[in-house]
Design a protein around this ligand. Structure first.
Ligand SMILES: Nc1ncnc2c1ncn2[C@@H]1O[C@H](COP(=O)(O)OP(=O)(O)O)[C@@H](O)[C@H]1O
Ligand SMILES: Cc1cn([C@H]2C[C@H](O)[C@@H](COP(=O)(O)O)O2)c(=O)[nH]c1=O
Length: 227
């Protein structure tokens, strides 16, 4: 019996590295899988982790049909045992439904990875459908830490070090054009405190939003907007 499993957590909690590890582990046991992603920070058709691993993948677009992706390969006598789906928050809800059908009717395991909510704490449409349909939802074990020391549970967007609460839902990347952190995982209290317009500026102690506090290896492409 195949499963649809949604691995989720904030940005920077190790989802992509787990996606690549999962692919490695299953392929090492002779299983055949396909690695999918959409709008990875490092570029098109690649799954990249801040830990340094980068692996080619199939780029998902609005036109991608996961049912066809699997059936076409099987028609050509290629085995498909599992799918790894990274950045699933960017998938269309219909595509998540296709993934559920692939699990149920083609007996293909689907391991999906993505953030649940955006910088406004609202669900991404793809993640919402994943939460509704997944057999299991797993929170990542390596919990990102907020600058205040608590467990980070929310994704914040910053412009010039200031948290913003309005803007487009999708802005790919975690640094701006000047190399400064543009998204950062924070605790809910920190998010709420900074949400108030009067205190929206990061202050009082070291902030990971500042360029000199950016984590090593955070060499993402500066924000690319979509939709
Ligand atoms: N230089 C490093 N040394 C050890 N661990 C690192 C390093 N850089 C990043 N990491 C780990 O990698 C995690 C981010 O991995 P990544 O796969 O990019 O996460 P996600 O896909 O969730 O954004 C960080 O939370 C941290 O645990
Ligand atoms: C919060 C938030 C994030 N994004 C983008 C930024 C990154 O490209 C991805 C998350 O990638 P990661 O592998 O989990 O680090 O999502 C966005 O478009 N909108 C947002 O609100």
């Amino acid at each position: 019996m195949a499963d649809l499993i949604f691995f989720t957590g904030t940005m920077d909690c190790g989802k992509s590295i787990l996606a690549l590890q999962t692919d490695w582990t299953h392929s090492a046991r002779g299983r055949n899988g396909i690695l999918f992603t959409r709008e990875d920070r490092a570029g098109t058709a690649t799954v990249s982790s801040r830990l340094g691993l980068t692996t080619p993948a199939v780029e998902v677009t609005d036109a991608t049909d996961f049912w066809d992706e699997v059936v076409q390969r099987r028609v050509h006598a290629r085995t498909v045992d599992y799918l790894i789906c990274d950045e699933v928050q960017f998938y269309r809800p219909e595509q998540v439904e296709q993934l559920a059908r692939v699990v149920d009717e083609l007996d293909v395991d689907v391991f999906a990875f993505g953030i649940t909510t955006d910088f406004r704490t609202r669900l991404f449409p793809g993640s919402a459908r994943m939460v509704e349909l997944a057999d299991r939802i797993r929170l990542l074990q390596v919990e990102a830490l907020c600058w205040c020391g608590r467990r980070a549970t929310h994704n914040a967007r910053t412009v010039d070090g200031i948290m913003v609460l309005e803007g487009e839902q999708v802005v790919v990347g975690d640094v701006d054009v000047d190399g400064r952190r543009s998204t950062v995982a924070v605790s809910r209290p920190a998010y709420r405190r900074r949400s108030r317009p009067s205190s929206a500026r990061w202050s009082g102690g070291p902030s990971p939003c500042r360029p000199d506090r950016s984590p090593a290896g955070s060499s993402s492409r500066a924000g690319r907007r979509r939709r």
